[in-house]
Write a protein that binds this ligand. Structure first.
Ligand code: AMP
Length: 395
């Protein structure tokens, strides 16, 4: 990477402003998954080890649309971070203004403080320069470690870079290295797996990947749209009628590179306890039924392709994995990825649902990398340059 990282600058005695991704799932005041907080720890520990004057953390949480929304306060994150970091973490009710200034001034040397949700200010999502300048006043240097928002040009990750030397944190560096290396110099065979609900949101990523991969395995709801485009009756399955033309074009262009399921698990209702059957992908789905997972023959066929791969990138579940009755396909693929990782392949899980599925299967530690940013990793896979990465200072 030709961009500066946190290892390239002097941090001793500095006020280090860090954009983290603490956009955690909350149930009231309880954080239901601390993955994103834990993912920031290596960078924060590294910075603290450099004996800075202060570490000032900022993040967004949810979509408060530029207004103060009590349920989207970052307050519960401060004690959770303190426990994981084993270091006091102060909190201030606003990310700019006199209250924030006072809290920052009251910090002891080496203190850590978390600022309130940056998206409580409309200037954040608008990348307003005045708001960015106010944030920048808090620090001497700026570390961006929020991969999850790298595809957005907001004040706290992009605007701020106009005011301070801007370097990547260790998490951002790791994400870029895994995803960019896989795309630019993949060890082959290079296999991509795409699933999830829709084709429409992923047309660009399919196009981009088809130019790079040796095989593109397609499962999940999006496979239904491809089958429908081939003229198969998918009955009540999720099919995007408006994406049928795109699906047809993709099938024509991809040829044998694009691999569709050979069998599917169908159900007579969108329910975990619905009646279910396995059908071959050559057969029509009977009236009143819908396809909710790939079948075991597809898991075996996909696993055979994965088994010989040297690089695998996966985004999107193979079925409605949230219901145990339709999780077998997704879990089966997660196992195939774990197996090929053990043989030395590099396996990368795009964020979001596929990451949740791999965690749910208990296989998170057995793949090479699980991205913390679903949207950002998809845009990298599309070959787009991400504003948060462009904004980093050049080496
Ligand atoms: P996406 O955000 O496009 O990656 O879609 C993820 C969602 O797709 C998950 O919530 C899955 O339950 C859903 N999904 C996967 N396969 C199917 C399917 N065959 N039918 C309906 N929904 C599906």
């Amino acid at each position: 990477m030709n961009k500066m990282t946190v290892r390239d600058i002097e941090l001793r005695g500095k006020r280090v402003l860090v954009r983290v991704d603490f956009n955690v799932p909350l149930d009231g005041n309880t954080i239901t998954d601390t993955t994103r907080i834990r993912a920031a720890l290596p960078t924060l520990q590294y910075i603290l080890g450099c004996e800075p004057q202060a570490v000032i953390l900022m993040s967004h949480l949810g979509r408060p649309q530029g207004e103060r929304v009590a349920e989207l306060s970052l307050a519960p994150v401060a004690p959770a971070l303190a426990e994981l970091l084993r270091h006091d973490v102060a909190f201030t009710d606003d990310c700019i203004g006199s209250e924030a200034e006072a809290a920052l001034n009251a910090l002891p040397r080496g203190g850590v403080i978390l600022l309130e949700n940056t998206r409580f200010h409309p200037g954040e999502s608008k990348n307003d320069n005045q708001f960015a300048a106010k944030l920048a006043e808090h620090g001497d240097v700026f570390v961006n470690d929020a991969f999850g928002t790298a595809h957005r040009a907001h004040a706290s990750n992009v605007g701020i870079a106009a005011h301070l030397t801007t370097v990547a944190g260790l998490l951002l560096e790791k994400e870029i290295n895994y995803l960019a290396t896989a795309l630019e110099q993949p060890q082959r065979p290079f296999v991509a797996i795409l699933g999830g609900a829709k084709v429409s949101g992923k047309i660009d990523v399919i196009d981009a990947l088809l130019g790079k991969v040796d095989r593109l395995l397609v499962g999940g709801g999006m496979a239904n749209t491809f089958f429908a485009a081939q003229g198969r009756d998918m009955a009540d399955s999720l099919v995007e009628t408006e994406a049928l033309d795109s699906a047809r074009n993709i099938l024509d262009a991809a040829g044998a590179k694009l691999v569709l399921p050979v069998d599917q698990r169908i159900a007579n209702a969108f329910r975990d306890d619905a009646a279910q059957e396995l059908i071959a992908a050559t057969a029509d789905v009977p009236a009143g039924w819908q396809s909710l997972d790939i079948g075991p023959a597809t898991v075996a066929a996909f696993a055979q392709v994965i088994q010989v791969a040297k690089t695998v990138v996966w985004n999107g579940p193979m079925g409605v994995f949230e219901m145990p009755a339709f999780a077998a396909g997704t879990v089966g693929l997660a196992r195939a990825l774990a197996d090929v990782t053990a043989k030395g392949a590099t396996t990368i899980i795009g964020g979001g649902d596929s990451a949740a599925a791999v965690e749910q299967a208990g296989l998170a530690a057995r793949v090479s990398h699980i991205s913390t940013g679903g949207g950002a990793s998809l845009e990298l896979l599309e070959g787009k340059a991400l504003p948060g990465i462009i904004a980093l200072s050049d080496l």
